[in-house]
Design a protein around this ligand. Structure first.
Ligand SMILES: Nc1ncnc2c1ncn2[C@@H]1O[C@H](COP(=O)(O)OP(=O)(O)OP(=O)(O)O)[C@@H](O)[C@H]1O
Length: 496
């Protein structure tokens, strides 16, 4: 801790011997390496500057900040230097790998509660320190919680992630986020009033669920869907019934983090006092419970890569098959509105982490497409119309802020989405006009763009639409669907 006897790590690639790859991120690979003069095993993160699309000085400044970080639970950088078109960041080697890696390998359904409490307490200590220093981590997730050979926990990816994806003005002006939004707090997605340290508390709550189940809530869905579900649905949590094995204290702790209003989330320091963390053990306990018997990190990494490669190939094959079937259905279908697409989207949803009420709500959001009977076709058409008119209108706008949606992606979008994209542009133009024109225009826009051969939804609620069209970027209350009639005739209107 800041004393004069610290080792000095050479800033020269020739002083290191790179061994096997032990990790991979969006724009970096991580290797086990030997620091030759010190005869010490380290980890070297090799950042591809071309992929980073950032300036070297900016990255260097951030890595410098990272090297000033001095806390046992935060991974620090020993030094960094350019090597060709890459930047090498030398760090302590965390032989256990990330919690995500460990889960994938030996605990696919998540860890036991005492392990979770132990891991999370250490992560929270890191957050207390970072927040106290005025930093927001912004990328708290199991993949960034690293374990060393003794079971000690360090939170990684601080600084580098910030510099890669959101240095200074870039973050403010472009609001660009890369990667899955599963851990993102709603206020970060909305980008309305900015965000603060409390965004890390949300991600911390999501990480708690990830450690409990082996995956983050909504992790199976495409980013667009995750965004919608995070903003529209009640916050995810531990379910009273399904998560029986977890204590009330754990459930409560998660619930205090996953509150949509950031002001109502506790600060990291206060959260650390939650009684859940009284169940935490020592790092030796983690060594015994989650590291014992694990093969070396490099071997695990290789095995996982092969497995994931196979899975990906299978998925590509399956998707190709589905695509050709969909094209066939499209060809014979009289509808522009593609029921099969929607069915498969709905089928993707397993509604994990949702209580019965949310389940019902979710089912409504997914239009109950499994329960289709011939006399219900009209209802489906109605619902479909509503879907086209409401589903991605504003969320897409929000997505533009969260991800770089390229023109190619726009071209590749499904017909429904393309309609929605056009609608979205139109609604934006309309927002420049007088407010009372908006509602009429908005409805007309729906009629023109949906190209629907089916009738307007029976329960189509113009008042609801008014609110929706006038709304600014995803105001939460406008994204809360409420139901009108019961049963299959249920429809959604938007209310505040
Ligand atoms: N010091 C380390 N020791 C051992 N493994 C590490 C170390 N640092 C990172 N890793 C492994 O490499 C993976 C990728 O590293 P990192 O998250 O820093 O890259 P990234 O490009 O920032 O990724 P992302 O943005 O996707 O989180 C980690 O998930 C972890 O498994």
């Amino acid at each position: 801790m800041g004393h004069g006897l610290e080792k000095s790590y050479p800033a020269n690639p020739n002083d290191y011997h790179l061994y096997e790859e032990v990790g991979e991120g969006v724009s970096a690979t991580v290797h086990r390496a030997l620091c030759i003069p010190l005869n010490e095993i380290v980890a070297i993160k090799v950042l591809d500057l071309e992929k980073c699309n950032n300036d070297l000085d900016g990255i260097r400044r951030e890595v410098q900040t990272m090297s000033l970080i001095d806390h046992p639970n935060v991974l620090k950088a020993y030094c960094s230097f350019p090597a060709g078109h890459k930047l090498w960041v030398v760090m302590p080697y965390m032989a256990g790998g990330s919690c995500l890696h460990i889960m994938k390998f030996t605990h696919p359904d998540g860890f036991e509660e005492p392990v979770i409490a132990t891991v999370l307490r250490e992560v929270l200590k890191a957050l207390v320190y970072l927040h106290g220093q005025g930093h927001i981590h912004r990328d708290v997730k199991a993949g960034n919680i690293l374990v060393d050979t003794n079971g000690a926990i360090k939170l990684a990816d601080f600084g580098v992630a910030a510099c890669m994806f959101d240095t200074g003005d870039r973050q403010r002006s472009r609001n660009t986020f890369v990667g899955t939004p599963c851990w993102m707090a709603p206020e970060v997605m909305q980008q309305l009033h900015g965000y603060d340290f409390k965004a890390d508390i949300w991600s911390f709550g999501i990480t708690a669920l990830e450690l409990a189940h082996g995956h983050a809530p909504f992790s199976k869905y495409p980013p667009m869907k995750v965004l919608l579900m995070t903003l529209q649905n009640a916050p995810p949590g531990l379910d009273y019934e399904r998560d029986k094995k977890f204590t009330k204290s754990f459930k409560e702790m998660v619930a205090t983090c996953l509150v949509k209003d950031p002001k109502k989330r506790p600060a990291s320091e206060k959260l650390l006092k939650h009684h859940f963390f009284k169940h935490a053990h020592s790092s030796e306990y983690l060594g015994r419970t989650i590291l014992d018997g694990l093969p070396p990190l490099g071997d695990r990494f290789r095995a996982l890569k092969v497995r994931e490669g196979d899975l990906l190939q299978n998925r590509v094959d399956e998707e190709k098959e589905q695509l050709s079937q969909r094209e066939y259905i499209r060809g014979i279908s009289a509808w522009n509105f593609n029921l099969e697409d929607l069915k498969s989207q709905a089928a993707l949803i397993q509604d994990e982490n949702l209580n019965p009420e949310e389940l019902a709500e979710n089912k409504a959001i997914n239009y109950g497409l499994d329960a289709v009977g011939s006399e219900e076709l009209q209802d489906l058409r109605d619902i479909g119309g509503l879907l086209v008119s409401t589903f991605p209108l504003h969320p897409l706008k929000a997505l533009e802020g969260c991800f770089d949606l390229s023109e190619d992606e726009a071209k590749d979008a499904s017909p429904e989405r393309q309609i929605a994209m056009r609608l979205d542009q139109k609604s934006l133009n309309l927002l420049q006009q007088a407010p009372d024109k908006v509602d009429v225009e908005c409805k007309r826009s729906f009629d023109e763009n949906s190209e629907n051969k089916y009738s307007e939804p029976r329960n189509f609620n113009v008042t609801g639409l008014q609110k929706f069209c006038r709304g600014s970027l995803l105001p939460e209350q406008m994204l809360s669907p409420v139901r009108t009639n019961a049963g299959m005739n249920e429809s959604l209107i938007w209310s505040n």
